[in-house]
Structure formats: C-alpha cells, structure tokens
Ligand binder design. Structure first.
Ligand code: NAD
Length: 296
C-alpha cells in the first residue's frame, strides 16, 4: 500500500480562504475588522521568522496585525503592562506572546495574564481547563490543525484508536483532549512508555509530536493507519540541511493509509489555525456567528 498524502499546504490555503471570506463579510455587515497582536521579546532568529510570517498572513486575510518587538532585557512588569493594555484594547481580538521567552521571564505568569477570550494560542490555564472539560475554548493551533485534517480525511473519528506520542502542553496533551472530544480511544505515549512500537501498532490514528528525527518507522505502523507527523527536525543529509519529521517518511508511507509530509503537512496549518482562532475570538467578542469548521 502507498499512503494518500495529506497536503497540509493546500488545506491551509483553504482555511485561509474561509477566514478571509468571513472577515470580508463581518467588515461589510458589521464594520468590524479582527485584530491580532503578536508580542516578541528578544531577537531569537526562528521566532523573528515566525512573527514576520504571522503578521504577513494576518494582513493577507484582511485582518489588522499589530506587532510589538521588545528588547531581550524587557522587565516582567513592562511586558505585563503591555499585555494589560492589549487586554483592554477593543481593536485587539487576539494576543499571542511568541515563545520561548527569555529566561528571566516567567512564561506561565505571562501567558496567564492574557485575557482568556483573546488567548489565540489556547495556552491560558482557563482555556486548558475548558478544553479538558469539553467546553468551548480557544484551542491550541497545532493540534487544531491536526484535528481539522483528520476530520477532513475521515469524517467521523468516533471509536478509532488514537496514539499520541508526546505529552507537551503545546501539542501532545491538547491533541489527546481533542481526539477524546471526537470520541477516539486515546493513548498518550511518551519518553517512558514501554515497548512504544507495539503501542503504536494498535493505532488507527498516530500523531507524533516528539522532536526526534525519523524515530517512528514503517514497522511501527498498523497497515492502513493515518499518520500525522508534527515533528520538525533539522538534520544534515548528503551535505545539506534538510527538514524531517518524527516519522521515517518512506517506510511509514509504504504501510500507512494516509500520512502528512514534513515539510508541507502540519506546519502550514498552524498559522492558518492562528488566523482562524483570531476570527473566532473576534466573533465571540462581538456576539457574531462563528465561522463553520474552523473550531474544535
Ligand atoms: P516537547 O519537547 O515539549 O515534547 C516532546 C515530547 O516527546 C515529550 O512529551 C517527551 O515525553 C516525548 N518524547 C521524547 N523522547 C521520546 C521518545 N524517545 N519516545 C517517546 N516519546 C518521547 O516538544 P513539543 O513542543 O511538543 O514539539 C514536538 C515536536 O513538534 C518538535 O519537533 C517541534 O518542533 C514540533 N512542533 C511542530 C509544530 C508545527 O507547527 N508543525 C508546532 C509545535 C511543535
């Protein structure tokens, strides 16, 4: 069997188009433009690239983008004061503080100071609790993108066995909660899991969020299973730096029913879901109809 390729790049384009259409409609009918504020502290090169890309795509779908670039030695008090201002600003519907923050700043404190209704990353403790109890919340972007692709491919996920490898707050745990919300039987595997390959072989759906290049090989995968590879790893191959996932693509593709590539799979969906979350936050703030198919 050769797996069907789940094209995250193309799917992300359809999500952005849906967002843009809904944004145009609420601008026209309600005179409201959704706004996303992104806060970057310091000069981490990867974070700078992400923030630029987020700002560009925000504008492309017709929303307002506000960027705040703060010096690496910004005090916690100054950062919290900025977040307080953004929390109160009616033009700002979404606030994202780019992680990781410099070490002298308490990330949990900073994230939990964001108004949960504007927490478009879905990392605020209130949103984590709401998701965990099956209530309406802001959902973390990467797992939301994975869920959208799975629903699109399978329709209903009800009753499927899902194994999520990785238990981070950003990907693994919210992913498991979302799959549980869609009535999967969910196993969360991690670095201490015994005989990981045999656990993964039980899965109809495998989500890998580990950060270990090509860890999962084809012999881990149940024939016909759907593989969602969240991992982004840079390795040297044939004298070049290349991006690979947590799955060894060729051997997994030969066994799986469907698989996301790296790059071009989960990655592009993450920013698309950030835009979707900003639109959702704006609609909720103004009591407007929420876009369909863009939330959990
Ligand atoms: P993390 O380091 O916070 O968590 C990694 C998890 O993997 C941990 O829970 C750990 O228990 C588990 N793990 C480590 N070694 C393991 C092993 N040998 N066997 C089984 N489990 C093991 O990472 P994260 O933030 O969740 O990110 C995971 C990967 O996803 C990284 O490669 C990251 O770059 C990527 N990522 C991609 C996107 C995207 O937009 N595509 C977004 C976020 C993260």
């Amino acid at each position: 069997m050769t797996a069907k390729l789940i094209d995250g790049k193309a799917f992300a384009a359809t999500v952005r188009a849906k967002v843009a259409a809904h944004v145009a409609q609420i601008k026209e009918e309600n005179g409201i433009t959704p706004g996303l504020a992104v806060v970057l502290v310091g000069e981490d090169p990867a974070s700078q690239v992400y923030v630029r890309s987020k700002g560009k795509q925000t504008v492309e779908v017709g929303m307002n983008s506000y960027e705040y670039k703060l010096a690496a030695d910004t005090s916690e008090a100054d950062l919290l004061a900025l977040i307080d201002r953004l929390n109160k600003d009616p033009e700002v519907h979404g606030i994202l503080v780019q992680l990781p923050l410099p070490k002298h700043l308490d990330s949990d404190l900073v994230i939990n100071s964001i108004n949960p209704a504007k927490d478009v990353d879905g990392f605020h403790i209130s949103n984590v609790g709401l998701l965990g109890t099956g209530q309406k919340s802001m959902v973390p972007c990467t797992p939301l993108g994975c869920l959208m692709m799975l629903r699109d491919y399978h329709g209903s996920l009800s009753g499927m066995n899902a194994v999520v490898i990785g238990r981070s707050n950003i990907v693994g745990k919210p992913m498991a909660n979302l799959l549980l919300g869609d009535s999967c039987t969910v196993t969360i595997a991690h670095s201490r899991t015994k005989d990981l390959p045999s656990v993964v072989r039980q899965a109809d759906i495998v989500v890998t969020a580990v950060g270990r290049p090509e860890m999962a090989t084809g012999d881990w995968i149940k024939p016909g299973a759907t593989v969602i590879d969240v991992g982004i790893n840079r390795i040297e191959r044939d004298g070049k730096t290349v991006l690979v996932g947590d799955c060894e693509f060729d051997s997994c593709e030969a066994v799986a029913g469907a698989i996301t590539p790296v790059p071009g799979g989960v990655g592009p969906m993450t920013i698309a879901c950030l835009l979707a979350n900003t639109l959702t936050a704006c609609c909720r703030a103004h009591g407007l109809r929420e876009p369909e198919g863009l939330t959990a």
